[in-house]
Ligand binder design. Structure first.
Ligand code: GLN
Length: 529
C-alpha cells in the first residue's frame, strides 16, 4: 500500500514549499523508502512552456521532454530521481482531459461538474504517479496558497482522497509563515491560525505544521499554534531560514520531522545517519577560495529564471571547494563596453533564452571571452550566440545570424530544420527532452564527461546549420558532439583557448549535489586556473 503525503501552503507564496517537499522526499528516501513526487499547479496553462520567465521562473525539462514547474528541479536534485511528465499536473491538463472524455461520450447522459468529475481526475493523477513510479511514498505538493480560488478543487480532491484511502495512508502537512514583529519582539501566529482555519473549513485538518521563521520558534508560539490549530506541540515543526537550501533536510530531521511522519504513517524504519549529506553541505559552506563568474542573460532580474544554473554552480562549488560569486549581468547593458563589466570575472556563462533582446550584448560578451581567453560555457541560445559570434568575427561572414532574429540574414548559421518549419502551435513543439550525444575524443567535453556517449536534455527550435561546419572547422571552431541519428551539432568548442565549450542542450537540468555536472565542474575548474 502506497502512502500519500500532501503538502499545502498558507499565508503567502514563496515560502519554499517546493524545497520543503523535496526535503521530505530526501529524508524518506534516506530511510530506504521508494519515493516519488507530484506537483499540482493550479493555473490553466497546460504547462509552463508558453509562459514568460518573469511570470513563472525557469521551465524545468524532464528526461521525457515535459516542460514543467521549477520545483521538479528541486525534487530531482534533492531526492536524486528522474521525473517525467506525469509528475507535474496543471489545472489546464485536468480540464483538457475531462473535456476530451466528455466529447468522446464517456460521461454520456451526465452533467460534468467540478465535483466529482474534476476532483476525480485529480485523484486519478495521484494514483497514476504511485502506479507508474511503483512508489512506496508519493509526496504531492499543491501549488498556490490556501484561500486561492484556483486551488479549491485540488484541496477538495485531497480531502476526498483521504476519506477513500484511509487516515493511516495519508498525511497533510501545511507550511506557513510566522512573521517576526520587531517592535514587540514577537513571532506572530495569527496568519497561521487563519490559514489553518481556511483549511479546516474545507475539511482538512493538517497533521503537521511547518513554521517558516527568521528566529527560533518560541515555546509560546508553538503552544499557541498547537492549541488553535489542533495539532500536538511536537507536530509544530520549526522551518528556520537558512543560507544554503541543502541544509533544510538536515534541520527538519533534527526537528524530528522524519520520525513524526513515519510514525503517523505507521512505518517503523530505523534511523539512518545523514553524514554524507552533512559533509557535502559543510564543503559548500567552507570553500578554500572564491572566484567571480559572469552570467550574461536576459532575465537576470528574476533569479528564479536561472534556478538550475544556480544550483549547478553550487554542485560545482562543492566539487572544486570554491565559492562561486555569480555576477548576474543584463545582456543589453553589455552592448556598449563589455570590459567595464567583465574585466574582474574568471569565467563567462551565456544561458538559454528566446527572442532578440540582449542578443548583441551576449555576442559582445562571448567575443570578449574568446579573445581574452576567459573560460566560457554557452548553453542553448548561448551556444547559438557563440556560433554567430564566430561566424561574424572569425569566419568573416558579415551579418551572420540565427533566422530566429533575422529571417533574411545572408548567413543563416543557426536555422530551423525543415520539420520545424511547418509547425504552427507554440506549446510543446520544440526539440524537447533527452537526446544522445556522441563526443569527439580529445575535446574539452569528452575530457569532462570521461565517456563518449552522453544523454542531455533539450529545449529549443533552432539548430546549428551543417552547411557551415567545414568552414568553421577550418577556422578553429570544432564540433565536439553530435546527435548521431540526425547528425545535429550539439557541442562546439574552440581548441585554441583554455576552455571554450558551447552546448545546444541544457546541462544544468542533470546536475545533482552528489554528481555535479561534468561541464559545470570543469568550467569552474578552468576558471580557477
Ligand atoms: N531560442 C533558441 C531556440 O529556440 C534557444 C532556446 C533556448 O535557449 N532554450 O532554438
Amino acid at each position: 500500500m502506497t502512502k500519500f503525503i500532501f503538502v499545502t501552503g498558507g499565508v503567502l507564496s514563496s515560502l519554499g514549499k517546493g524545497i520543503a517537499s523535496a526535503s521530505i522526499g530526501a529524508l524518506l528516501k534516506s530511510r530506504g523508502l521508494k519515493v516519488s513526487m507530484l506537483k499540482f499547479d493550479p493555473y490553466i496553462n497546460v504547462d509552463p512552456g508558453t509562459m514568460n520567465p518573469y511570470q513563472h521562473g525557469e521551465v524545468f525539462v524532464t528526461r521525457d521532454g515535459a516542460e514543467t514547474d521549477l520545483d521538479l528541479g528541486h525534487y530531482e536534485r534533492f531526492v536524486d530521481i528522474d521525473l517525467s511528465s506525469h509528475n507535474n499536473v496543471t489545472t489546464g491538463q485536468i480540464y483538457s482531459a475531462v473535456i476530451e472524455k466528455e466529447r468522446r461520450g464517456e460521461y454520456l447522459g451526465g452533467t460534468i461538474q467540478v465535483v466529482p468529475h474534476i476532483t476525480d481526475e485529480i485523484q486519478a493523477r495521484v494514483k497514476k504517479v504511485a502506479e507508474k513510479d511503483r512508489a512506496e511514498v508519493v509526496i504531492i505538493e499543491i501549488g498556490g496558497t490556501v484561500g486561492d480560488i484556483e486551488s479549491l478543487p485540488f484541496l477538495e480532491a485531497i480531502r476526498q482522497f483521504r476519506l477513500k484511502m484511509g487516515r493511516e495512508n495519508t498525511l497533510f502537512i501545511h507550511l506557513t509563515l510566522l512573521p517576526y514583529v520587531k517592535s514587540s519582539a514577537e513571532l506572530k501566529t495569527k496568519p497561521t491560525q487563519h490559514s489553518v482555519g481556511r483549511l479546516r473549513e474545507i475539511g482538512i485538518q493538517p497533521d503537521l505544521i511547518l513554521c517558516r521563521t527568521q528566529i527560533p520558534l518560541t515555546s509560546e508560539a508553538r503552544g499557541k499554534i498547537s492549541l488553535f490549530c489542533n495539532v500536538e506541540q511536537k507536530d509544530v515543526i520549526q522551518a528556520i531560514d537558512v543560507d544554503n537550501i541543502y541544509e533544510v533536510p538536515l534541520r527538519f530531521d533534527t526537528e524530528g520531522l522524519t520520525d513524526s511522519i513515519l510514525q503517523k504513517l505507521g512505518l517503523s524504519l530505523p534511523k539512518r545517519n545523514l553524514d554524507s549529506w552533512r559533509k557535502w553541505v559543510e564543503k559548500v559552506n567552507n570553500p578554500h577560495q572564491e572566484i567571480r563568474i559572469a552570467v550574461v542573460g536576459k532575465y537576470v532580474r528574476m533569479k528564479d529564471a536561472y534556478k538550475s544554473i544556480n544550483e549547478a554552480f553550487t554542485h560545482a562549488e562543492a566539487a572544486n571547494e570554491v565559492r562561486v560569486k555569480v555576477l548576474w549581468l543584463e545582456a543589453e547593458e553589455l552592448e556598449e563596453d563589455p570590459p567595464k563589466y567583465l574585466s574582474s570575472v574568471k569565467g563567462i556563462l551565456v544561458p538559454g533564452g528566446f527572442g532578440p533582446r540582449g542578443m548583441e550584448g551576449k555576442i559582445r560578451a562571448i567575443q570578449y571571452a574568446r579573445k581574452e581567453k576567459i573560460p566560457f560555457l554557452g548553453i542553448c541560445l548561448g551556444m547559438q550566440c557563440a556560433t554567430i559570434e564566430f561566424a561574424r568575427n572569425v569566419a568573416g561572414l558579415k551579418g551572420a545570424n540565427s533566422t530566429e532574429f533575422d529571417p533574411d540574414t545572408p548567413h543563416a548559421v543557426i536555422d530551423l530544420l525543415p520539420e520545424q518549419r511547418s509547425i504552427r502551435d507554440k506549446g510543446g513543439t520544440m526539440r524537447l527532452g533527452a537526446y544522445p550525444c556522441r563526443l569527439d575524443s580529445g575535446s574539452f567535453s569528452s575530457q569532462a564527461y570521461g565517456k563518449t556517449l552522453v544523454y542531455e536534455r533539450h529545449r529549443h527550435r533552432y539548430e546549428f546549420n551543417n552547411e557551415y561546419r567545414r568552414l568553421f572547422g577550418q577556422r578553429g571552431l570544432r564540433v565536439a558532439g553530435v546527435f548521431p541519428r540526425k547528425d545535429l551539432v550539439e557541442i562546439v568548442e574552440i581548441s585554441d583557448h583554455p576552455w571554450f565549450v558551447a552546448v545546444q542542450f541544457h546541462p544544468e537540468f542533470q546536475s545533482r549535489p552528489q554528481s555535479p555536472h561534468p561541464l559545470f565542474r570543469d568550467f569552474i575548474k578552468a576558471a580557477m586556473k
